[in-house]
Design a protein around this ligand. Structure first.
Ligand SMILES: *Cc1c(COP(=O)(O)O)cnc(C)c1O
Length: 381
């Protein structure tokens, strides 16, 4: 199971020092005050990466927990919530809103480019009575990156709280939580942070906190109630036993990012993603998007005669390499190159592109070019 080369837009590859960190001796995270300090310092370091003074928490649960927790904590029966929809995750947010009694209203835009902020402005001029809005930073199945620096301030002007799913962007694409007025920013350990799956990171603004406090009805549930974290540090008490080894691993992954430099990490993603996109186009393939390319994942259209699913199976069988397609309805149309986190390294992307090059040619794709050669050409520019 563990000998194949896996290259996906999450879970991403994990550096050895992160894996080893999880094997270290642990303490009792409920009662050992040193752990509380360690937890808080890890949260503060994440705050540095996402550029916020807001409190940051690490929750025990994979990225989806954060999405559900934000909706559970903010939504009361009948609340209108604006759901920005230009991708599969964006559209799916409505399910969480409605699970907790809210009325989700879509603002829908094309799935092959970033949200058009002028269209959004026009929509809001007519209808802006929303408690909060959900926005996906990078919608992973298609790799579209939405411009939070424009979208969130526009919503904020109308007094609409902003809940951002940045699970597959955070640490690979810039996110300035405070400057961009993001009330709740959500991340996951297994994407660009390159730690194992299992943790959600969440930052909460004062305004979001007040909205949770001012509810007329109590928040349903416990795990998804974000207010249970509020005074953990002052009270030296966690709502439940923290998964200490997971957090030790994440902390090491965060140190890896800070040691390299946050901006340097973002630049590395930009360089590798840019060269990948150029190489793909010159090779004779098409990108799924027309603009709004995320530097964390590239969605490549696979010719119909081959099909993304067949290509995936072939690469797995013949080359023991798992490179994945998209979600339905794009599962047979799109191959996803997940160059995020530790996957955004020259050795790994070159290996992946080499297998894609071979796989496509095995299945009859015609190109005089070699994907790796093209990538190297564009990387050098
Ligand atoms: C990965 C991801 C999540 C977390 O959910 P999964 O269960 O890992 O799919 C949430 N949002 C986005 C945009 C993601 O890419």
């Amino acid at each position: 199971m563990n000998d194949k080369f896996v290259y996906a837009p999450g879970p991403t590859s994990i550096r050895e020092n992160v894996r080893l960190e999880r094997a270290r001796t642990t303490t009792n995270p409920d009662v050992d005050k040193d752990f509380i300090e360690f937890y808080k310092s890890t949260c503060d370091k994440i705050g540095k990466i996402i550029k916020t003074e807001n409190p940051v928490y690490i929750l025990s649960g994979e990225g989806i927990l954060g999405l559900e927790a934000a909706c559970a904590s903010l939504t009361e029966l009948g609340d209108r919530v604006l759901v920005l929809d230009n991708g599969i995750y964006g559209r799916g947010f409505k399910d969480f809103v409605e699970m907790y009694g809210g009325e989700g209203v879509y603002f829908s835009d094309d799935y092959n480019k970033a949200i058009d902020t002028n269209k959004l402005k026009g929509f809001l001029e007519k209808d802006h009575n929303f408690k909060y809005a959900t926005i996906v930073h990078c919608d992973t199945p298609t790799g579209v990156l939405n411009d939070l620096s424009k979208i969130c301030p526009i919503l904020s002007e109308y007094g609409i709280l902003t809940v951002v799913d940045s699970v597959s962007a955070m640490a690979g694409e810039d996110i300035k939580v405070d400057d961009w007025k993001i009330d709740i920013a959500l991340g996951g350990s297994q994407k660009a942070f390159s730690a194992p799956a299992g943790l959600t990171m969440v930052s909460i603004s004062e305004k979001a906190k007040v909205a949770m406090k001012n509810r007329k009805t109590p928040i349903i549930g416990f795990y998804c109630n974000l207010t249970i974290w509020e005074n953990y540090y002052e009270n030296k008490w966690f709502p439940y036993t923290m998964p200490i080894s997971d957090i030790m691993g994440l902390s090491k992954a965060v140190d890896n990012i800070l040691d390299e430099g946050v901006q340097e990490v973002l630049d590395r993603h930009e360089k590798i993603a840019g060269a990948t996109r150029e190489a793909i186009k010159e090779y004779g393939l098409e990108l799924f998007l027309t603009d709004g390319y995320s530097n964390t994942v590239t969605a490549v259209k696979v010719p119909e005669s081959i099909g993304a699913l067949q290509l995936k199976e072939h690469m797995l069988k013949k080359y023991n390499t798992l490179i994945i397609t998209s979600l339905k309805p794009y599962d047979n149309e799109i191959l996803r190159i997940g160059h995020m986190g530790e996957n955004a390294r020259e050795d790994k992307i070159i290996y992946a592109l080499n297998i894609i090059n071979k796989g496509l040619k095995d299945l009859g794709f015609n190109s005089e070019e070699n994907l790796v050669g093209l990538f190297n050409k564009y990387l050098a520019r």
